[in-house]
Design a protein around this ligand. Structure first.
Ligand SMILES: NC(=O)c1ccc[n+]([C@@H]2O[C@H](COP(=O)([O-])OP(=O)(O)OC[C@H]3O[C@@H](n4cnc5c(N)ncnc54)[C@H](O)[C@@H]3O)[C@@H](O)[C@H]2O)c1
Length: 256
């Protein structure tokens, strides 16, 4: 899909990987709706990227009404939804059983709700608009890019809920590609390793040095712009569908 002039919704677009994606999509000439629960960066993002091709919408991806409202608003503002990038996510690390007892079920459900159910909630509402897209030059009606994680495959201690949510995102990629193939809508997912974003901000220098020592090449955290470049490629490469791509410099994180 040619990005120029198309409309993208980006969840988690106010921070980290989502924000870098918003920046690259705007540079490529897209209209972008930023859907995020946290509105504190909205003003700065508008100041920096301009309001002409950008809409910021306070949204909770776990809430059906909130997502319906946001997707409809983006559709009304820009006239179509062509691209849906899901980056909204949370990471709560608790061991299955530890000194404080069992992993509180409430936290477990919360992680699954935001990361997995929230992703499906948004993409299904985006698809509802994408199916309306009819273009003379292309059969393609839409592209979805979801954010899984290396933890889908090599979860560390304390990541039972997070890994399950991200494995769910990886696992639903192919069946959704199959569900949507008749409509000309593609879906892919990225499974990032460790990236330099506020989510990774809690990792102490000592732990970081330990992780870097076990990395292959390059021995560093990923840059959010490197994630965004792969999102752009997944949108532009029409033959890429139903795939999960690891973006981690061949790093496999150890148990802790
Ligand atoms: N940073 C990493 O190392 C890394 C690695 C693998 C996967 N990921 C995944 O990448 C995605 C982006 O992470 P990031 O590193 O940019 O983190 P981040 O914390 O910078 O951004 C996440 C964004 O999601 C938003 N969000 C959280 N819950 C929401 C909700 N219910 N509704 C709407 N928005 C919500 C937050 O407000 C925030 O703006 C996440 O899904 C994360 O799990 C990150």
């Amino acid at each position: 899909m040619n990005i120029q002039g198309k409309t993208a919704i980006v969840t988690g677009g106010a921070s980290g990987l989502g924000l870098a994606t918003v920046e690259q999509l705007i540079q490529k000439g897209a209209n972008v709706a930023v859907l995020d629960r946290d509105i504190k960066n909205f003003h700065d993002i508008q100041e920096r990227l301009g309001k002409d091709n950008l809409e910021t919408i306070e949204t909770d991806v776990t809430n059906e009404e909130s997502v319906k409202y946001a997707v409809n608003l983006a559709y009304q503002r820009f006239g179509s939804i062509d691209i849906c990038v899901n980056c909204a996510g949370i990471a709560i690390g608790v061991k299955t059983y530890g000194s404080k007892g069992v992993f509180p079920l409430e936290y477990y459900k919360k992680v699954i709700d935001v990361n997995l159910v929230g992703t499906f909630n948004v993409l299904s509402r985006a698809v509802e608009q994408m199916v309306k897209n009819e273009r003379e030059d292309s059969q393609e009606r839409g592209v979805i890019v979801n954010t899984s994680s290396g933890a889908a495959y090599d979860g560390q201690m304390g990541q039972a809920a997070y890994s399950a949510s991200k494995a769910g995102i990886a696992g639903m990629t192919l069946p959704i590609a199959r569900d949507l193939s008749n409509y000309g809508i593609r879906i892919n997912a990225i499974a990032p390793g460790l990236f330099k974003t506020p989510m990774a901000g809690g990792i102490t220098e000592d732990i970081l040095e330990g992780i870097k020592a076990q990395m292959e090449y390059p021995k560093r955290l990923g840059e959010a712009s490197e994630f965004a470049s792969l999102v752009v490629h997944m949108i532009e490469n029409t033959y890429l569908n139903g795939e999960v791509i690891r973006l981690d410099g061949a790093t496999r994180l150890p148990p802790r």
